[in-house]
Write a protein that binds this ligand. Structure first.
Ligand SMILES: [Zn+2]
Length: 466
């Protein structure tokens, strides 16, 4: 039993916790807190459906999380299509960082989700999320929640709603539990204009890119394999993407009877460790074997037709209209590439960048991505703008140009235009003399993107390819 639980834990990356035997201590119960427990709740906000408990002193984050998660309950009930009893407010706990989250995780699960940074506890349906990345308070005070934390909070709040609404939620196979939670979370975020639609949002778009890569390499699981949970050949990181895109496919392409059958069958099938297998057989019977197999071609065509805009190699980039906020972890540069190559030798990229406080404030415009490398235009606080030509062979960074721009400093917005004409590139910033340099042996027609150096954060505004 324990072994089975451990196996299932390892399969559920977002952290939907399968109930373990015994009752672990509850997070937030300060009188029970051990010396190694998380910080006590410092700020609490309550809405009609959710209670947000921040284990650090921040009104802004608590308000933002509550506003984002409040619509989740109604959205969940609408997707399930039946009236369900709401049994009190669902709790969402936010921790200041990975260490505090890990302390809570240790209390609640024995430490199964230390690396996931978000989970819902099956013992009581409470959601637990670490504020990410671990940047200075001034960054969060300036820009609020990061894209990755916002999505994690709404996603786990969906699990909390499903936990109340569907008695067997924690026994559901991941294609259904994760599919439902991801679908509802995406809809809630888009409706509130907290993210653009899936193809234009870096995190959702990257899921699509992963699934399209599976299709390109003939490794995309069939709907039958997904429903019968035969994803052994799919890497752990890509399973989430498969569940999310497959569920979206079902909702967007199949008629309401088909979806109703899925929800009703899941509702009727009870629970327990054999739930997934019984549900698969029931659905195969309800939909018909031929219908299920016919979905294969439809699913491939659906995946092929999607047009993801972003391939986020490392998180996290949040997009609200023309304003893009990008934040990096302390040990990793973040990069978000546009999926579509520039496709021509003459073009320009323009916009503005504001560096936020950090130990290493540097934001990067990336271009000319190809197998052999890419070019970085690096805006570094109090150090101007540096042009770097990166070659994958030998991992060589070559400094090919530098522009002294005192305006590039924390808290200051700097407008820029990067003009590319064949191998000649011109950097224009305000009244400064343009910096012109020539690239050697670089195909400039490849992909472009934006990045934040490790421990950095910044705001891009109006960045466009011309
Ligand atoms: Zn999840």
């Amino acid at each position: 039993m324990l072994r089975e639980n451990v196996m299932r834990w390892t399969l559920i990356a977002c952290g939907l916790l399968i109930a373990a035997s015994g009752t672990p201590p509850r997070a937030g119960a300060e009188e029970e807190a051990k010396p190694w427990g998380p910080a006590p709740v410092a700020v609490e906000r309550q809405g009609e459906h959710y209670r947000v408990l921040c284990h650090f002193d921040t009104s802004r984050i608590a308000d933002e999380v509550l506003a984002a998660v409040e619509p989740v309950w109604d959205a969940t009930v609408a997707v399930l299509g039946r009236s369900v009893e709401e049994k009190g407010r669902k709790e969402v706990h936010i921790y200041r960082g990975a260490a505090d989250f890990a302390a809570a995780d240790k209390q609640i699960t024995g430490g199964h989700f230390a690396r996931n940074l978000a989970f819902m506890a099956a013992v009581d349906g409470t959601a637990h999320i670490a504020l990410q990345p671990e940047l200075d308070d001034t960054v969060f005070a300036r820009v609020g929640l990061s894209a990755v934390t916002l999505r994690a909070a709404v996603h786990e709040a969906c699990h909390g709603a499903l936990y109340q609404a569907m008695p067997n939620h924690t026994d559901q196979p991941s294609w259904l539990s994760e599919g439902l939670a991801t679908w509802i979370a995406d809809a809630v975020l888009v409706t509130q204009k907290l993210t653009p639609r899936a193809e234009l949002d870096p995190m959702s778009s990257t899921r699509i890119v992963r699934v399209q890569r599976l299709l390109e390499s003939n490794a995309l699981p069939t709907p039958r394999e997904i429903i019968f949970t035969k994803l052994d050949d799919v890497s752990f990181a890509r399973r989430y993407a498969v569940w999310a895109v497959f569920f979206r496919f079902l909702v967007e392409t199949q008629d309401s009877d088909f979806r109703r059958t899925m929800i009703d069958t899941a509702w009727r099938t009870g629970g327990g460790s054999t739930f997934g297998a019984r549900l698969a057989k029931s659905l195969e019977k309800a939909w018909g074997k031929e219908t299920l197999d016919a979905l294969n071609g439809e699913f491939k065509a659906y995946v092929r037709a999607l047009r993801p805009a972003w391939d986020e190699t490392f998180r996290t980039l949040g997009i609200r209209g023309d304003t893009w906020t990008q934040m990096a972890w302390s040990a990793q540069n973040t990069t978000a590439w546009r999926v579509e190559p520039v496709g021509r030798k003459k073009f320009a990229i323009s916009g503005s960048v504001e560096l936020l406080y950090g130990t290493n404030p540097q934001m990067n415009v990336l271009l000319a991505r190809r197998n052999e490398g890419f070019v970085t235009v690096a805006f570094r606080a109090d150090a101007g703008v540096t042009i770097l030509d990166y070659r994958t062979e030998g991992e060589v960074w070559r400094n090919v140009g530098w522009m002294d721009v005192p305006e590039v400093r924390v808290g200051n917005e700097v407008k820029f235009r990067i003009r590319v004409d064949g191998d000649q590139i011109t950097l224009e910033i305000a009244d400064h003399d343009p910096l012109v340099w020539t690239l050697e042996d670089v195909d400039v027609t490849g992909r472009w993107g934006v990045g934040a150096q490790y421990s950095s954060a910044g705001i891009w505004r109006g960045v466009k390819l011309h």
